[in-house]
Design a protein around this ligand. Sequence first.
Ligand SMILES: [Zn+2]
Length: 456
Amino acid sequence: MGNPEFTSLDLGGDPEKKRKDKDESGKETRRAFLRNALIGVGATAAAAGGFGLASKFLGKEQTRDKEQTRDIEPPPVELVEDRRAYKNGDTIDTQAGAVSVEGWKLVFDDLGMKRFAWHGTEKGLAGYSFRVKDSRGEQWGHVSHYFSDQNPISSQPANKARRLGLDHPYLQLLPDLKNPQMTLDLAIYDSGQGELLERVLRGTNERKKPQATKNFRHRIMLEPNIYPPQDREDMPRVCSESKLDHKLLQPVHELHRIFSQFQKPSPVYVVDGVAERIPGQISRRDVADHYDPAFTYAVVSSRRFTDPRFEREGEEVACHEIAHSVARNAQAEKKSLAAWKKMESVHEQVRSNTALTSLFTEEDYIKRPHVRAPGQEKLGHPETNPDELFASALVVLRYYAKEFLNRLQQFPSRERAGAKAAAAGVIGFLRSMNANGETLKRLLPELESLKQELEF
Ligand SMILES: [Zn+2]
């Protein structure tokens, strides 16, 4: 499927409402903030966590910020490091509220953050920012909040953070298979940085960067359930967030191994959905299956593997996402460019003809009644772009070749020619990466029948 949509998160609530709540002195805003944040809560601010175990200077780190937001990385300042490695089920006590590790998710405590914001304003603080990085220094999103005197409860949408119910923003992380350790950095800014922080977080082009008054670092050890490599030539290829039975992951591992004979595919992550935390309401939201070319990972929802109504779904969806990674990685390495040009031209034909589009849509081959989870798209949309045509057509040609050929027979001759050209384009792209017939047959078990009918 395509890239996931991240819903943005505004820690300060509705911006329209905020404007209405504000008066010239700003006091009304504080009162409104209290009303919003502290209704029904008598507790005091969360206590500071157990820090001070280690202290060092934080250098300027080389990070590629893929979030396309202004980088508010501070210049060298003192860093307080917590040496403990937090794992699934652990809670990190931070000055800006508790952060809990739930599988590969970091769940933030919105109320704790709001309390900290309120007390922070009293103490002359300007804001804070949680940032998560993996062992390679890649940023995995942030949850930021600033509260300058001019604008005490304003906040910044947290890139890539999603919400669990009303009060729990969270970040979905994926572990690097070689080193699954991540860091959670909390930077706290004092009031002297308020205006600058506000401008930077708003995305105004600022050269000067705000300097954090305090920096705290916590380690998070994500635990990938990896399907084990089978021999010395093998490697980790697929892992899951929860301890899924390796029997379920085995077909994906094998498929990934076959794909790697064509082009290096990206690893597959099987990710759990989240339970919505809305009081009185139990519901589940699944992660959308997708491939992210920037981070080079293929993500499949774990529900695809655990639905007894359709036991091969996980493998098929993984095939679609691995196919995306193969096509993208080939292009990144400038390989098979001529064959890809052909894919682009056949996509033009498929896109403009609904019968052809359906012929290459995997959802249209799934016979059993299939209930899509909320937020899950239909399986396959070859009309979108050549990448989607390749991924969808590959699933159809691998898993539904016989039915594909039957449907093809019933096409009027002009459309049949277009369909044959499209299928040949897909297979041609594979052959441009590896021309060995035996290898191709492992990916397309019905290769002989396809060859006969498609005349290649
Ligand atoms: Zn896709």
